[in-house]
Design a protein around this ligand. Sequence first.
Ligand code: EPZ
Length: 420
Amino acid sequence: MIIHPAASLSGTVSLAGAKNAVLVSMASCLLVDGVSVLTNVPASLDVYQMIVLLESLGAKISFEEIAHRLTIDTTTVNQVTVSPEIMRKMRASVLVMGPLLARYQRAHIALPGGCLIGLRPIDYHLRGFAKMGAIIETQDQFLNATGALKATNFVLEYPSVGATENVMMAATLTSGTTKIINAALEPEVLDLIAFLRAMGAMIEITPPATISITGVSVLRPVEYAILPDRLEAGTLLATVAATGGSITIPDAPAYYMEVFLEKLVEMGHSIICGDKQVGITMVASKNPRAVSFKTMPYPGFPTDLQAPMMVLQTVACGESIISETVFENRLLHVRELQRMGAQITINGTTATIKGVDQLYGAQVIASDIRSSAALVIAGLIAQGQTVMAGIHHFRRGYDQLETKLQQLGAVIAIEQKEVW
Ligand code: EPZ
């Protein structure tokens, strides 16, 4: 991707459906025997990858990209095995385990892959299934989980999003009441709960963070609209703020973005939210102040917006301390930003950033979805051209985001070639 310096970006854009909601909702269609329809589905690489996975299990899928409408027919599912090639491409593939165990009492999956942002084991997922009575063995590169599940109380030592989702899906068809204590309650988890309830699942949330699932004998196919992507909204806001412009996002779920929006206001940017906290208009400050933050499980500062927000700090006024507490290796973009002139030092998983006047274009490499977005933002505010390799990360997490940025005034070209 060739990124040229941008003047202040401005305009109005709408959001795609949330990647981290649609992937798990697609997986949960395995819980039903029938034809489900998902709307507002983003045409991103991860969605296509999940389609490949579900088709490898025998599902019949059609995706009308322009209409963002995905039809999933699971009446022909006849497999419980997921190959290494498929698992290696995307960590979210592990989310088929819970539905397969619940429906077929068996899941045979290769160990998952995903971004480089840390070891990202699945021990919490497996501990949850084992607590429900599944027998889990590893044979070479495969995990084999078998057994009829039973209701249980499962305490998560960390509010893992994926583990919460996987165990919750497994429990929807398991008789009795399963409790997940210290559960993740990210917006995408809440959207999955709404999706499963639409299928007929019985799920209650008890504050502060217990999810109780009472199993039912059968779930029915649904038609469901995926929620707008708060992470795309945050990425767009960070991009426009970095260039000193203004943006309106009419469908932004501001109610799910409070800590992130507070940090933009602390920097000096002006944020106006619509009725019922739907819709955001931002006018960027021309001399923003540096802010510090720590990434935390929801409702804390989202780890998926840490990299884009860091870019804003590299040219803000003052010093910023950013602590990444969710993943142990999610500062890979720092190296690339330093090569563009950013003043950043790292101590463990904490980065200290001193604002500079200017970044400079360079050849950079993206290492995960959110670092690719951060490097695009850096390229838009750098002096001189930036060439970013690793565009597949950008494509994995966003649906034509570069087109939206071009609509706002960015000059970005895509060249399909081996850069190095
Ligand atoms: C989901 O990943 C999201 N992905 C991630 O978004 C997001 O960053 C993350 O939640 C946190 O919000 C999808 O929803 C597809 P976790 P997940 O389980 O479920 C450790 C993006 O860019 N852990 O909450 O994998 C783990 O290593 C992606 O859109 C275990 O140790 O996140 C991490 O340090 C990146 N054992 C921490 O917990 C486990 O069994 C949080 O992971 C599971 C997780």
